[in-house]
Write a protein that binds this ligand. Structure first.
Ligand code: NAD
Length: 289
């Protein structure tokens, strides 16, 4: 009976200790982050920033070679591990979280960044386009978040889930109905998960970038040409065009998005959840063409 009582007291002390710790995020130097789509562009910049702040990073991407290269840049196996993950595949997602547990003892920061952009006018958007876009960004981020929630609630120490959504989650632009609809879906996932996971001290927030042309694979992969045609400009002028339409008259780069992820998860915004931070140099704040 004494043993059982001792165990009970130890258990509740542990639970209380967990609760006391819960609202305060751990410093990034003690954290393990899993970043999807970290082989390129914004995800790569986020992985670099979190690693520079001391976090261990799971570099998750469907592109194995890019993921491996980024993991190497971050300092190799003690600091970063590459995992080949297609976010449409539940088993690959579960395996990535298992790898994190084996390599670094768990995961307490997940960034839903992986994405593609099927950017077409309504009448050219096929059912297959719609399904593929949604499979990767709406369903894929849901699957990653669900696994993150499972792992983080089991660990019992809270955590962060961040969605790299978009200005397009809120504002309508021409010729990208499938892409923008998935971003709106992600934005509501942020609010829904914030509501459901708050009691576990898991914060869920979003970052809404806009116009990250340089360094973005999405822009290089056809989106840029399509956007340039929509605005009637040369593709190589797109960065400057986006910069000039911002309030700050400045180009948004992948590292600016990474700064926002750090701001949300770095330890100061302890009581912020369900929020979307724009990283668009002011585009969403004003009516601009
Ligand atoms: P990017 O193409 O450079 O990066 C996307 C990454 O996701 C790539 O490494 C790609 O291999 C990976 N990916 C694609 N499908 C995947 C899958 N099924 N499973 C796992 N990984 C997959 O593009 P980016 O501009 O860096 O975009 C990153 C995120 O930022 C996307 O969600 C995008 O919608 C969002 N975003 C970008 C901008 C912008 O201006 N570039 C603006 C708003 C939002």
């Amino acid at each position: 009976i004494e043993e059982a009582e001792k165990f009970r007291i130890e258990y509740w002390e542990l639970e209380e200790a967990k609760l006391r710790r819960m609202p305060k995020p751990k410093p990034l130097a003690t954290r393990v982050a899993l970043v999807t789509g970290a082989g390129s562009g914004i995800g790569k910049a986020i992985a670099h920033r979190l690693a520079a702040e001391g976090a261990c990073v799971l570099v998750a991407d469907v592109d194995a070679a890019n993921a491996a290269a980024v993991a190497e840049e971050l300092g190799g196996p003690d600091k970063a591990v590459a995992v080949t993950v297609d976010v449409t595949d539940e088993q690959q997602i579960a395996a990535a979280f298992r790898t994190a547990a084996l390599a670094f003892g768990g995961v307490d920061l997940v960034v839903n960044n992986a994405g593609i952009s099927i950017s077409k006018p309504l009448l050219e958007t096929s059912a297959q386009d719609w399904d593929r876009q949604h499979a990767i960004m709406a369903r894929g981020s849901f699957l990653v978040s669900r696994e993150a929630a499972r792992v983080m609630t089991e660990q019992g120490l809270g955590g962060d889930i961040v969605y790299i959504a978009s200005k397009n989650a809120v504002f309508a632009g021409p010729n990208n109905i499938a892409y923008s609809a998935t971003k709106a879906d992600q934005a509501h996932q942020v609010r829904l998960l914030a509501a459901e996971l708050g009691a576990h001290a898991i914060r869920v927030n979003g970052v809404n970038p806009d116009g990250v042309v340089r360094g973005s694979g999405i822009f290089a992969g056809g989106w840029g040409a399509q956007r340039a045609a929509t605005y009637g400009i040369e593709e190589d002028k797109l960065g400057e065009f986006y910069a000039q339409r911002t309030l700050l008259k400045r180009e948004v780069l992948p590292e600016h998005v990474a700064n926002a992820v750090f701001a949300l998860t770095g330890g100061e915004l302890t009581h912020t959840t369900g929020l979307h931070v724009p990283v668009d140099a002011g585009v969403a704040a004003a009516f601009l063409r």
